[in-house]
Write a protein that binds this ligand. Structure first.
Ligand code: HXC
Length: 258
């Protein structure tokens, strides 16, 4: 499907989704979030796609939810339609790994969108923030919950209460992002990571994603059991035999997702 607010390219088993509303620093409006949900659904259904990279422009990953679109809405409208509820679910439903490649601003809903991805690779130009407080609201797509889990209470409170931005260096130090690279190298780094993931067994990448995400949703004991059972279950796959056999035969594994 063709999109108006996204540029989607699929090559070498990687689906690259680029947010494309340059006139509004990729602010997340209804159309963009709807198209993003659709693009992720298509990527999920496309057998050729083994990893997804989500990115924006050099200036902005996304500067937040679209303030112009939201400003005049009433409580009845946003509560009644559960604004951003279905949109967030559509992103979280994706079982394939999603890497956020962030340059420039990732603010409000933009920061939340990056945090909904499986990990974040940041350019040295990236700036993260939850400045909703300046608009008289709080985060609405997971910011108070995910940022707190990622960077701890003190830093999260600081970000949410003051609305200050965090640069890439601070974001890496505090665990929000997995790597920081020079802006020029961002896409090379993200696509390289995606290519590596694409060569793994898709059964295993899905299992990793489910298990790591459970660490935020389950008590430790349940999470440990969930992980161990997944580990056991993967012994039922041909890919486990292939992966371990290839190691012993000193060759690269050829996974077949079986
Ligand atoms: C709508 C936005 C926007 C946004 C930027 N623009 N952010 N439009 N919604 N979130 C538009 C501007 O109005 C402007 O349009 C154009 O993009 C360029 O932005 P400038 O402000 O001129 O650029 P600059 O001076 O470089 O400042 C960049 C910026 C600033 C620091 C990122 O734009 C900014 O503070 N934006 C708002 C950030 C924010 O508060 N985000 C949280 C939103 S609430 P024109 O037409 O004037 O050129 C939110 C709630 C999440 O996300 C709830 C769940 C999703």
């Amino acid at each position: 499907m063709a999109f108006e607010t996204l540029i989607v390219e699929i090559s070498d088993h990687i689906c690259l989704i680029r947010l494309n509303r340059p006139e509004a620093l990729n602010a997340l409006n209804t159309q963009l979030l709807g198209e993003l949900g659709q693009a992720l659904r298509e990527a999920e259904e496309n057998e050729k796609v083994r990893c997804i990279v989500l990115t924006g422009s050099e200036k902005a990953f996304a500067a937040g939810a679209d303030i112009a679109e939201m400003s005049q809405q009433s409580f009845v409208e946003v509560f009644g339609s559960d604004l951003f509820g279905a949109e967030a679910e559509a992103i979280l439903r994706c079982r394939k790994p999603i890497i956020a490649a962030v340059a420039g601003y990732a603010l409000g809903g933009g920061c939340e969108l990056a945090m909904m991805c499986d990990f974040i690779i940041a350019a040295d130009t990236a700036k993260f923030g939850q400045p909703e407080i300046n608009l008289g609201v709080v985060a609405g797509m997971g910011g108070t919950q995910r940022l707190t889990r990622f960077v701890g209470k003190s830093k999260s409170m600081d970000m949410h209460l003051t609305g200050r931005f965090m640069d890439a260096e601070e974001a890496e130090k505090s665990g929000l992002v997995s790597r920081v690279v020079p802006a020029k190298k961002l896409m090379e780094e993200a696509m390289g990571a995606a290519a590596k993931i694409a060569r793994k067994s898709a059964l295993t990448t899905m299992a990793v994603k489910e298990a790591v995400n459970r660490s935020y949703e389950m008590p430790l004991r349940e999470g440990l059991l969930f992980e161990r059972r997944l580990f056991h279950a993967l012994f039922a796959t041909e890919d486990q035999k292939e992966g371990m056999g290839a190691f012993l035969e000193k060759r690269e594994a050829q996974f077949r997702d079986k």
